[in-house]
Each structure stands twice: as C-alpha cells, then as structure tokens.
Design a protein around this ligand. Structure first.
Ligand code: ANZ
Length: 937
C-alpha cells in the first residue's frame, strides 16, 4: 500500500509527536558520553517566533539528533529569557502586569516550539523571571559580592594552562590584611605587598569594599526629568532625546552596582582553546582592546603618573596633559568639539632629563583610561602636535624619521634634514608617529646642568628599540610595565521593575549588607504602580515606590541580614536596594541551570556537574545563536563562568567550546510612494518578482532587499509556512537554502521541491515493502554507502544543505528497486532533518520487517555505518592540475572527502601542506578535477 504523503502530513506529525511523548520517560543512560548542544534561548516576545529562531533551533536539533543516534547522551534544553524592558513598557502603557504578559507570551512560544519538534527536554525548561531560577542569579551575585581578585595567584586550570589571578572569598583578603601579607595603598585599595600589621577594622572593611568583584560606585545614568524616569541607552535617540516623547535627557551620576570584569581582561583575551568564529573572537578582542605600555612618574606636588605605549619618545616630552577629572590638577573646561586646554601654572620634573615640564589640563585626555594623564610628545603624536600648535608649546623630537618622511615633510633643499629635525621639528608641519631610531640624547638640548647621569649612560648604550628602552626604563626604576584596556567595569544596576532584585540592604546609617543566603529568593513585589512618578526631581527606581517592600526590620548575623522570624522589638531598620539587575544577568549562566534545573538546595548538584562537565574544557559542546550576541552576552557569560570556576562551583574554565552563529534571513521589502513599508501579504508580484503591486491600491511599489523583520513588514511567520506544507518540509527547506552560518534569501516558491522529495522518499519505501527485493542494485548500494560516509562528515560540520542535496541526488538516482534494509539506512540519514516522515516510515517498515527496525523509535536506533569494502570496489580518476596544467591523476574512491583528497595530493606533490595554493575541488557526484593555483600568482 502506497503512503500518501501529501494528504497525511498533519496526521503523521500528530501521531509521531504522540509516539515520542510516550517515550519521553526513557531513562538517560549515564554510561554514555555526554554531549551538550545548546540554543540561545528566546525573549518571550508578543509576536512569537520569527524566522531567525527556527533557523538556529532546527540547526541545533539536527546536530542533537545526529549525535544521539551516534550514541551520545545528548542534552538539548530550552527556556526563556523572560525579564526585560518591553514587558515593563507594555505594563506602563496598558496596565497589564509583566508577569501576566510574559507568561502568555511563553505559552504561545512554547506551543510554536513544540510544533517544530525540536527534540528539547522540556522537563528542564527554565524562565529567568521565575523566582526559583533567579534565586540562583541572586546567589551568584552574592558570590561576586563576597569575592575579590587575587592578581598574584598563578595556577593551573587543570587543562594544562597557566592562569594568572584568581577570584577568592573576601574572608581570604581579610586574613591577608590582618596578617600583614597585603597592604592598603594610598587610594584605600588592598595591594599585595608586605605591610605592618595594625589597620583598624574600619580601614580593613573599607579596603575590602574597594576590592569586591561586585561593588558600588558612582556612574552615569540617562535621566529624563519630563518622563520622571531613568532610561536605558536603547531608549535614548542618537541626538540625546527620549525615544518616547522626544524630551531632553540629562546625564546624572548615581550610586550603581558594578562588576569588576576588568580584572578578567587577560583571561577573557585568552581564547586559544575555543572553536569560535574568527569574527566573534576579533570582536571580543577589540572590545577588550589591550594596550601594552609603561607607566612613568613625573615628580611634583603631587607626582603625576602617565601611561604611554611609546616609552621610546620619553625624551620628546614637552608638556604633561591631565584630564579635567584629575584629582590634583583637573579643572572644568568649556565644552567644545575641538581639543582645548588650559595651563595650570604648575610644573613637574622629568624623570630622565630633570627638566621642568609644564602641566596642562586637556580635553582630549580621558579621565578613566590609563593613568588619566598623558606625556605630551608633539613631535610623535598627532593629538599632542595639534595641541602644541594651538597653544604654542615647545616641540622636541626623540625619534629620527626615515629620510623619505623627512624629505616629504619639508620644502627646504640642500641642508642636513636630520639636523633640521633635531633643531626645528615644528617646521616639518606634522608629528612623525612611526618607529625609528632613538636620537642620541647628547644631540638634544636639555636645560638642566649638569646633565643627569642617566642621559650619559643612555647615550653610551647606543641604539635601542622601543622594547629595549622600556626594559631599560624598568631596570632604572623610572618605568613600570602596565597593560591598559578599553573595557570598563560592567554597570550592573537598572532603574527598572522587571528584573532581579538585588539581595542587598542598607542600614539607616547607609552601610551595605548582603541578605542572608537562606532568605533567597528575594522576590519582586507584585503590587506596584507602574506609572513613573510625576513630581520626581531626582532619578528614582520604580521599586522605591513600594515602601512596604523597601523598608524591613532585621538583624545582622555574621555580617549578613536576616529579616525572617525575628523579634521586631529587637530588630533594626533596613532599606532594600531598589535597582534591579540588567537583562544580561539571567542569560549569563542559564546553561548551567539546565544541568540541574529543579535543585533548590544547590546551584547544581555534584553528580550532575561531574557527569556533564567532567574532563571537559567547556560546559557546552556546541552553542548556536545569533551573531548580535558576539560581544556582550558572550563576554559576560564567560566572566561569570570564570568566577564560578575560580571559586570551585564549576569544574571547567569556559562555558562554550564551539560557537556557531546562524545566518540572517533576508527578504524583499516593499515601499509605497510615501516611503511606508507595505506588508508582504498585501503585495502581488509580477514579471518574475521584478514588479511589485499593492493589491488594494494597484500602486507600483519599490522593492528593497534586506533583513526579514517586523519593522520592514516583510516578515513571514514560520507558522504560515509549516501550517501549509508541514513541519518536515519547512525544516528541510530552511536547512537546504544555504549553509547554516550564511544569510539566505527567503523564497517561499522553492519549497515545493522539498514536497516532491518527501513524496519520492515515501514512494521508494512503499515500493520496497510492496515488491521486496533481497538486494538493491550495485549502483544504488554504492551511492547509498558513499552518501552515508559523506553525510556523516557533513552533519558533524553542520553542513546540512549539502547533506540534503546528497539525499535528493540519491532518491533521484534510484531507478529500480531498493532493498528494505537500504531504505531503513537511508531513513536514518534523513531523520535528523525530517524527523516525522522518517519516524513514520521507520514504524511502517517495522510492521513488515521488525528485525530491521528493532527500536521503539528511529532516534533510539544506531547511526548507519558505511561499507568500506564496497566503496573500495569503485574508483574514479581525478586529474590534478597546477596552474591549469595537468600534473597527475589520482584513482580514488568517489566518496573521498576534501580532506582525504588534499592528503593524497600532498603525498604526491611531496609538500608539507597546500598552504601555498588555492585548492579548487570541482565535484559533481564525486570529485572530477582538482586545480591548484599558487597564491603568489
Ligand atoms: C606618549 C606618546 C607618544 C603616546 C607617542 C603615543 C604616541 P592606546 O593605544 O589607545 O592605549 N594616552 C594615555 N592615556 C590617555 C588618556 N587617559 N587619554 C587620552 N590619551 C591617553 O593609547 C595609548 C596612548 O594614548 C599613550 O601613549 C598616550 O600617549 C595616550 F609618540 O604616550 B602616548
């Protein structure tokens, strides 16, 4: 009996889902190797899933199902990133509680996700706004609050890598300070050096507060007086107005929670073991942006320390520029686009030349970068040059430019240009910023008399490059090596309602106390007036209005506050922190909670962590998600993971081993005469999609191509497609359009090709059952085994489009009868991409031939093996050319992979590798020719 695919798509899907549901409770085999394949969880938005979601999720599902059939114990969890601004804004506008809208949206998205049969283990589902989840987000916050970074610790990560610096509990820092192993520096910060014992408890407490990984500091917020609320950066337009209402927005400094991520810069920059896209790694590196340089101290009252990446220009310093915020020298400058400055009237002493150097305040010096002060070298830095030109400051060269540069920058002829550069660098009209030979100090003029010994020594040493000079400065005690980073500490407070409350309280005298762990979760109060305050003159967080929640009575026990089961008469008053955590907090660590989602006593139990993470450098084996998260989410998650690793809560140093970003889905969008987008559903296409007509008005519309999205009205809801064609066809279509990582243009029309393919698969299987043959033809067997070999490789590399192409090719090639056991093997190849139809046909075969399909589900069956001997029986000749000239021909198995083929060529060419060539492998159903083009052509 033939399987009528088209009319049964829906019932097949329904029945197979019911079958899988019955098998949900199959016990996990802990003897298997664990494999963790994670999808970035969605924000439960009111619009539901958009096309970008299923693209990534199906890619993850294919990989997960494949790995399960390969014999791994695959973890495939899913959840919701359910705190966030849009739900709160919706509440302000409509009065609906965010909890209600969030839970409605989750229900809708759950239904959509379940329809796509994404193979998730729903028993592990989490939502970041559930208090049973954020209890642990708050717990992690307390770990950070209760830790500091010991930069002196050098240790082994257990995977053969040396790490510098480690988070340790605050109690350890207290011991260091009390024992005099650490000191407190001039800024009140703990520093690792031997000290006298004898700091007071208050001094030690204050120093400890300055070292916590989660700490309080003043930071700027966007305050909009007219709206009476603080805005997030996304709510402020480019020209500094509120997105809602277009009101002015001011910057105000407020006490905020910060995360000391900057301590982890070097460890975050170490990405050698991660299999991540180059582009993402480059973005993380740029974001952190390490500068390696030297700190030099100029003597004065007080001294000024500068940070420089060009210590070799030290002899060219003619002024010092400090920022407006400099504690000792800074003054406010009039705001201006240009570089502006003012002379402070004060001088410092140059550490090498002993000259007096004037101190300026300059607008181009950034207060919180490096040391907040710059040594001004007009001859070698453009900014310093402009500044010195504007304010007529001296110039002195320290480096000799190459002769070309000198010649190009002067109109003078016939004189010694090097001498002119030393005497009058200003006449060259620009700074020389390149590398070069340092000029002998004795050739430069210094005002000091007698000449300092260091200069004579320097002259005697002769040529030194930047590095050698830096080493010399350090050896003389004049310079100290220092790395600076663009990355700032992470501002962790939001003046918002719909986020995690901080487990922090303030006593009436303003001291900070953590809430006792036993009182977590600290739940968000439910009853709250969402309207922003009308008369606020200062920024306030919405929670500040819940007086009943904010004010509590409690005791301090071991430095922590207890508020439950207390005697109110004996208790003191506390005020809760009213800011909430940012959206990033919940998504920073969700992948860990999936390992043990319902554990109320511990973040993750020892058994779970040992099983899923043991001997693995990273917790998640494969992480799939959008490249828009290349920086912040991935950086924050790595930072928290590192802290948890240092403190012994997780056994591996990184969260995500292999990272893949799915491509974008692009589509045509349509603009009418007044530049408004017209919904795709209202557009009729003519003339091979080249002409677009508004269905209602008949207006001819202009066509523009871009990202598929709600704002362009060119989004096609995934449901519209899978309701019409079926989930398998939708999945196949999405995976076939392009490689997972590439962007693809959405075209609904080509989907019929997939419908035809599924029908053909049903026909081949039906015929195999109705007219059984003992063996398929030699050609069919050969083809089947060659695609088993190739598809196994392709699935491993997430090359699904080529896998589907091979399956289509196979089905098209089948001319005669196919043996049932070969059909069963083929179905296993298809199953990860098209689970319903493959399972259905597996069960269909099982009825006639139970031995061939012995498992309750195709997904519990084993991945097919290819027959090497059979493949060896067929060879093809593959000519290899170099620069289009024939060199030799290889006789190979037609299913040979690109890598194997390159190996063979390397052996014949007797070269170590093919790095010097562009290798072009032309394939039809097997490689037909290889062309090598030398790269240096
Ligand atoms: C002297 C000098 C001479 C410099 C020279 C450069 C060229 P990056 O690479 O971005 O780290 N600098 C240091 N602190 C600064 C601050 N707070 N605000 C503005 N500029 C600052 O840049 C490091 C260089 O930027 C430093 O090296 C310093 O200028 C300047 F021929 O020192 B340099």
């Amino acid at each position: 009996m033939a399987v009528d695919y088209k009319s049964n798509v829906k019932s097949i899907e329904r029945d197979m889902r019911a079958l899988w549901k019955r098998m949900d409770n199959v016990d996990i085999d802990w003897g298997k190797i664990p494999y963790y394949c994670l999808d970035m969880f969605p924000y439960p938005s009111g619009i539901g899933l958009h096309m970008g979601h299923p693209l990534g999720y199906i890619a993850g599902d294919v990989n997960g199902r494949f790995m399960r059939m390969k014999g791994y114990n695959v973890l495939r969890p899913m959840g919701f990133d359910s705190f966030g601004l849009p739900a709160e804004q919706f509440a302000i506008q409509t009065g609906q509680h965010p909890e209600k809208t969030t839970s409605d949206n989750i229900d809708n998205m759950l239904r959509q996700l379940k329809t796509l049969s994404l193979g998730y283990d729903w028993s592990r589902m989490i939502a970041t706004s559930d208090s049973s989840y954020y209890k642990w987000t708050q717990w992690i916050f307390l770990q950070l609050y209760d830790s500091f970074f010991d930069e002196t610790e050098v240790w082994d990560d257990g995977f053969g890598n040396k790490l510098q610096g480690k988070a340790k509990p605050i109690s350890v820092l207290r011991e260091y300070l009390e024992a005099g192993e650490w000191d407190i520096d001039a800024n009140g910060e703990p520093c690792p050096c031997i000290a006298q014992v004898g700091y007071s408890k208050k001094e030690i407490d204050d120093a400890i507060d300055r070292a916590r990984l989660a700490y309080l500091d003043y930071a700027e917020v966007n305050w909009c007086p007219q709206l009476g609320t603080v805005l997030s950066n996304e709510e402020v337009t480019k020209d500094g107005k509120s997105e809602r209402g277009n009101f002015p927005v001011e910057k105000r400094k407020m006490k905020q929670w910060m995360m000391r991520i900057t301590k982890y810069c070097d460890r975050l920059l170490d990405v050698n073991e991660l299999d991540w896209p180059d582009q993402t790694i480059a973005m993380q590196k740029n974001w952190i942006d390490r500068s390696e340089g030297v700190e030099v101290k100029f003597f004065g009252n007080p001294d000024i320390t500068v940070f420089t990446t060009r210590p070799d220009t030290l002899l060219g310093v003619t002024f010092i520029a400090v920022s407006q915020d400099h504690p000792a020298y800074g003054v406010r400058l009039e705001p201006s686009e240009d570089k502006v400055g003012v002379f402070t009237g004060r001088y410092v002493i140059h550490p090498l030349t002993h000259e007096k150097v004037p101190v300026w305040v300059a607008s181009y010096v950034i207060g919180d970068y490096g040391a907040g002060a710059v040594m001004g070298v007009p001859s070698h830095d453009h900014r310093d040059f402009d500044f010195a030109e504007k304010y007529a400051i001296d110039m002195r060269p320290a480096i000799m430019p190459d002769t070309n540069w000198l010649a190009e920058h002067t109109t003078t002829t016939d004189i010694d240009l090097e001498q002119l550069w030393i005497k009058d660098p200003r006449s060259f009209g620009d700074a020389f910023t390149g590398d070069g030979r340092m000029i002998d100090p004795l050739k430069l003029y210094f005002e000091t008399d007698p000449l300092p010994d260091d200069l004579t020594e320097l002259s005697a040493r002769g040529d030194m490059d930047r590095e050698e000079f830096a080493t010399w400065l350090v050896s003389k005690g004049i310079g100290k090596r220092k790395n600076c980073y663009r990355l700032r500490d992470w501002l962790f407070s939001r003046q918002r309602y719909w986020g995690e409350p901080f487990p922090i309280l303030y006593s009436e005298d303003g001291k900070v106390y953590p809430l006792d762990e036993s009182e977590l979760p600290l739940e968000l109060p439910k009853q709250i007036d969402f309207a922003p305050p009308i008369d606020a003159t200062e920024p306030v967080a919405p929670l500040a209005k819940c007086r009943d929640w904010v004010e509590v009575k409690g005791y301090i026990v071991n430095g922590k506050v207890i508020t439950k089961n207390i005697d109110p008469a004996k208790a003191q008053k506390f005020f809760r922190e009213t800011n909430t955590m940012p959206n990033w907090a919940g998504s920073c660590w969700y992948y860990l909670r999936y390992l043990d989602p319902t554990n109320d006593a511990k973040l993750i139990s020892e058994e779970e962590v040992n099983y899923w993470c043991r001997d693995k450098y990273a917790t998640v084996d494969l992480y799939i998600g959008g490249s828009e998260h290349a920086v912040l989410h991935l950086l924050y998650a790595r930072f928290w993971h590192m802290v948890l690793f240092d403190l012994g809560h997780v056994p591996n140093p990184e969260p995500f081993l292999r990272l893949v970003h799915q491509g974008l889905i692009t589509a045509d969008a349509y603009l009418d005469g007044s530049n408004r987008y017209v919904d795709v559903h209202d557009v009729r296409l003519e003339n091979d999609r080249k002409v677009a007509i508004h269905k209602k008005t008949g207006e001819k519309l202009s066509i523009i191509h871009g990202k598929m999205g709600k704002s362009y009205k060119n989004g096609i809801p995934p449901e519209e497609i899978y309701d019409r064609y079926g989930v398998d066809i939708f999945r196949l279509h999405l995976m076939y359009m392009a490689p997972v990582t590439q962007s693809r243009d959405w075209q609904s029309e080509s989907i019929v090709g997939m419908e035809r393919f599924c029908k053909s698969v049903c026909n081949v299987v039906s015929r195999a059952i109705d007219k059984p043959v003992a063996e398929s033809s030699y050609m069919v067997r050969l083809k089947l085994h060659s695609i088993i070999k190739l598809i196994t490789e392709h699935y491993q590399n997430l090359h699904y489009n080529t896998s589907i192409a091979l399956m289509i090719e196979f089905i098209n090639l089948v001319d005669g009868d196919v043996a049932i056991h070969d059909c069963a093997s083929f179905l296993k190849l298809l199953a990860p991409c098209a689970p319903h139809i493959s399972e259905y046909l597996y069960q269909y075969i099982k009825r006639t031939c139970p031995d061939l399909c012995p498992y309750p589900s195709i997904f519990l069956d084993r991945w097919p093996e290819f027959d090497q001997e059979l493949l060896a029986t067929r060879k093809v000749k593959i000519p290899v050319t170099v620069k289009n000239k024939f060199k030799f021909a290889l006789e190979e198995d037609p299913s040979i992979s690109d890598e194997e083929l390159k190996d063979r060529i390397v052996k014949r060419l007797k070269v170590p590798n093919l790095n010097l060539y562009k290798v072009i492998i032309v394939r039809q159903d097997h490689p037909v020719i290889v062309n090598l083009l030398p790269l240096d052509l």
